[in-house]
Design a protein. Structure first.
Length: 300
């Protein structure tokens, strides 16, 4: 069982410094932590190295130097490879270290990975997917949805306070991932209806760029409306705030959980279909703002 005590500034590791992982790592560097980093695409770590991070040549090399290993990866396949691959975390992990996974992956795989990691090297696993997007990662206002042993979660609270407004312990291992899927059902459905409303406003002769201002504070308001409403209306796809494929992956995982638990998810099904359509048009790797394309006619 993980029982290490946090020193003033323990050594940290961060695996996966992409769209979310990079600003999260930067905030931890700004807070004064020594951080060993690894990313599959080496170019993505350059700015972090310039800000004081130390590069490692493998996940195992990160883990051997770190007391707490954070991870923010694309999907379950990436997580499995980084943790259990030839140069994975499991090779140098121990009961004195803790793995914290910010990735969004299926709950059943989280539980399986957690049991395997502890069985093979004694290392504990916290599933801690996040909500709040790139803006939240940059500003340190994320919501962290944690599952796992309460003692271990409390160990990381002082560290992740640099990343979030709150971290909520949702229960046993996998509970954080279940909570993230609930979040994604809400967000994906919201994005579809926002794009739909923007299209309705435009076709009705209303200035859609003002819609988010007009609805602010009312029952129709939401953080996605305030962020993506103007982007939909202005067809603004840069800077990248979230990939189409990531949202589709999460909603499909939610639907699979719905099947496992015999839970009807009609809105998730509709949202998944919409994201699948825009993905099939060649926008899988692009920003979710491209969702508005589904509501445009050939004359638009």
């Amino acid at each position: 069982m993980f029982k290490a005590k946090i020193t003033a500034k323990p050594k940290l590791g961060f695996l996966g410094t992409g769209l979310m992982g990079s600003p999260m790592t930067l905030r931890l560097l700004d807070a004064g932590y020594n951080i060993y980093i690894w990313n599959r695409t080496a170019e993505k770590i350059i700015s972090l190295l310039e800000n004081g991070a130390t590069a490692a040549d493998s996940p195992a090399a990160v883990a051997i130097e770190s007391e707490f290993v954070f991870m923010c990866l694309t999907d379950a396949n990436a997580v499995e490879q980084v943790v259990f691959g030839d140069k994975g975390v499991v090779k140098t992990g121990s009961e004195k270290k803790l793995l914290v996974d910010f990735s969004s992956i299926p709950p059943n795989l989280t539980r399986a990975f957690s049991m395997r990691l502890e069985s093979e090297c004694g290392m504990s696993w916290i599933d801690a997917p996040v909500s709040g997007g790139v803006k939240g990662a940059e500003e340190g206002t994320l919501a962290i949805l944690a599952g796992g042993k309460l003692e271990a979660i409390e160990q990381i609270r002082p560290i992740v306070s640099n990343l979030c407004n709150r971290m909520t312990h949702m229960g046993h291992t996998g509970a954080g991932q279940v909570t993230k899927l609930c979040n994604q059902v809400i967000v994906a459905s919201n994005l579809v209806t926002i794009a739909e409303a923007i299209s309705l406003a435009e076709r009705s002769g209303v200035d859609a760029t003002k819609l988010h201002e007009a609805l602010a504070g009312g029952f129709g308001d939401s953080l996605p409306l305030q962020i993506f409403g103007p982007r939909f209306a202005e067809r603004k796809v840069k800077p990248l705030l979230g990939h189409i494929y990531t949202m589709l992956k999460d909603v499909d995982n939610a639907r699979e959980l719905g099947r496992e638990t015999n839970t009807p998810l009609p809105m998730a099904g509709l949202a998944a279909e919409m994201f699948r359509q825009v993905s099939s048009q060649g926008y899988a790797q692009e920003d979710v703002t491209h969702l508005i394309r589904l509501f445009e006619s050939e004359e638009d």
